[in-house]
Design a protein around this ligand. Structure first.
Ligand code: FES
Ligand SMILES: [Fe+2]
Length: 371
C-alpha cells in the first residue's frame, strides 16, 4: 500500500482471521455441570467444564442433524444430544454412543466427531483456538491442535491482583481494533472532570518499531494524561516510569508499565463475534495498591468508564457505518490503523503463498500527533 500525503480511502474488509486463539468467555461464567453458549467468528460454541474443572469447547451443533448441543445432557464427561441421544466426549468430540444402533449394525461410532476446539483457561478467561477451516467432511475429522499456547499476561512478581472488563461493540472487528489503537479520540471521547478536558490536548511524539506479527510503541515515559500513569505517579518518580505497548495480530494489545518495584500489565483483545459485532475484553494484572482495599475498585472504575465511553462511541459510529460510507485514514494519527490493515493483508498473503510474512514496516518510525 503506497504512503500518500493525501488521506487514503479505506474499506475495512472485516475478515476474521483463523488460526489464532480467541477469548470466548470469562472463566467465572463457566461452571461444572452447566453448559454456556458462546460465539466466535460466527461459529456457535458450547463451552463448559468437565468434572475436574477443565474447560472444553464444542461446535454447538450435533453432527447428526444439527441440534444445538447446549440443549443436551452433560454428566461431567460426555454430552448427550437431546434429539437422538448421540453421546460425545466433550474434549475431543469423539462419539461414544448411538442409541439407535442394533447389536448387529456395525457402524463405526468412534469415527464420528462433534467439532471440538482446543480450549485453555488463562488469566481469568477461557480461550478457544479457531483453526484454519479444514476440508469439508464435517463429522469425521479429529480435532485440530493449536500450534502455540494461548497468550498470557506478563507478570513481574508472584503476588498480584487480576481484574477484567468486557463490553460488546456493535461494529466489525476492524473498527473495534482501530478504535482501540486510535490515539486521537481521547480528548473527545474520554473527557471527565477528574480526568482531562479537550483543552489538555498537546503534541505527542512516539517511536514505533516492528515486532513479529505487529508493532511496538517503544518503551517511553507515559504521557501525563494516561490513566495508569497518573495512579503510578503516586508511587514512583516520574522519570522511573516506563511503558511499552504492543499490538500483535490478530487482536492483542498489551501494555506494560513499570515503576521501580511496581508494575501494571494488561492484555486487551477485540474478539470477532460476527461480521458486524465484536467484544472488547481488558484483563489487567498489577501489584500496586495490593494493600489498599479500594485499589482494584478504583482501577476498575477508571477502566469501566473508558470502555463504556468507547462502547457508546462505537454504537453511534455503527449508525454512520450502516450505509457503507467512504472512509479515510490520515497521517500520523491513523498510521497504527494503516499498519493493522497492512499486517492483516501481509498475513493473508503469506498464508496464500505459503511464504514468509512480509512485515509492512521497514524499521523504526516516529509518529507525531496532537491528543
Ligand atoms: S441431532 Fe443430535 S443425536 Fe440426532
Ligand atoms: Fe478509547
Amino acid at each position: 500500500m503506497p504512503e500518500l500525503d493525501s488521506p487514503q480511502r479505506q474499506a475495512p474488509d472485516s475478515l476474521m482471521l483463523t488460526g489464532f486463539w480467541y477469548r470466548a468467555l470469562p472463566a467465572d461464567r463457566v461452571h461444572r455441570h452447566r453448559l454456556e453458549k458462546a460465539m466466535l467468528l460466527e461459529i456457535p460454541l458450547v463451552v463448559g467444564r468437565d468434572r475436574a474443572g477443565r474447560p472444553f469447547a464444542l461446535r454447538d451443533a450435533c453432527p447428526h442433524r444439527g441440534m444445538p448441543l447446549h440443549c443436551g445432557k452433560f454428566d461431567g464427561e460426555n454430552l448427550e444430544c437431546s434429539y437422538h441421544g448421540w453421546t460425545f466426549d466433550v474434549h475431543d468430540g469423539q462419539c461414544q454412543l448411538i442409541p439407535s444402533l442394533t447389536a448387529d449394525q456395525d457402524l463405526k461410532v468412534d469415527r464420528i466427531y462433534a467439532g471440538s476446539y482446543p480450549c485453555e483457561e488463562q488469566d481469568g478467561f477461557v480461550w478457544v483456538y479457531i483453526p484454519e477451516p479444514g476440508p469439508q467432511g464435517a463429522g469425521f475429522s479429529k480435532p485440530e491442535e493449536a500450534s502455540e499456547p494461548a497468550p498470557v499476561i506478563e507478570k513481574f512478581t508472584d503476588k498480584y491482583k487480576l481484574a477484567y472488563l468486557s463490553a460488546g461493540m456493535p461494529v466489525s472487528i476492524d473498527h473495534g481494533i482501530i478504535g482501540l489503537m486510535d490515539p486521537a479520540h481521547g480528548p473527545f471521547v474520554h473527557q471527565a472532570w477528574w480526568w482531562r478536558s479537550r483543552h489538555s490536548i498537546h503534541e505527542k511524539k512516539k517511536n514505533f518499531e516492528p515486532i513479529p506479527n505487529g508493532f511496538r510503541m517503544s518503551a517511553h515515559t507515559p504521557s501525563s494524561n494516561s490513566a495508569p500513569y497518573r495512579l503510578l505517579r503516586l508511587y514512583a518518580a516520574a522519570d522511573s516510569i516506563t511503558t511499552t505497548i504492543d499490538f500483535v495480530l490478530p487482536n492483542v494489545r498489551t501494555e506494560i508499565i513499570r515503576a521501580g518495584k511496581y508494575w501494571f500489565s494488561s492484555l486487551t483483545t477485540v474478539t470477532p463475534i460476527t461480521r458486524s459485532q465484536c467484544r472488547i475484553d481488558v484483563v489487567a494484572a498489577w501489584n500496586i495498591f495490593r494493600w489498599l482495599p479500594f485499589g482494584p475498585e478504583l482501577l476498575k472504575f477508571v477502566f469501566a468508564k473508558f470502555v463504556e465511553q468507547d462502547r457508546r462511541t462505537m454504537e453511534l459510529q455503527a449508525e454512520g457505518l450502516k450505509h457503507n460510507p467512504h472512509l479515510m485514514l490520515i497521517d500520523d494519527a491513523d498510521r497504527p490503523a494503516k499498519w493493522y490493515f497492512q499486517l492483516k493483508a501481509a498475513h493473508l498473503e503469506a498464508k496464500r503463498t505459503g511464504g514468509e510474512m512480509k512485515h509492512p514496516m521497514a524499521g523504526a518510525v516516529t509518529l507525531r500527533w496532537r491528543s
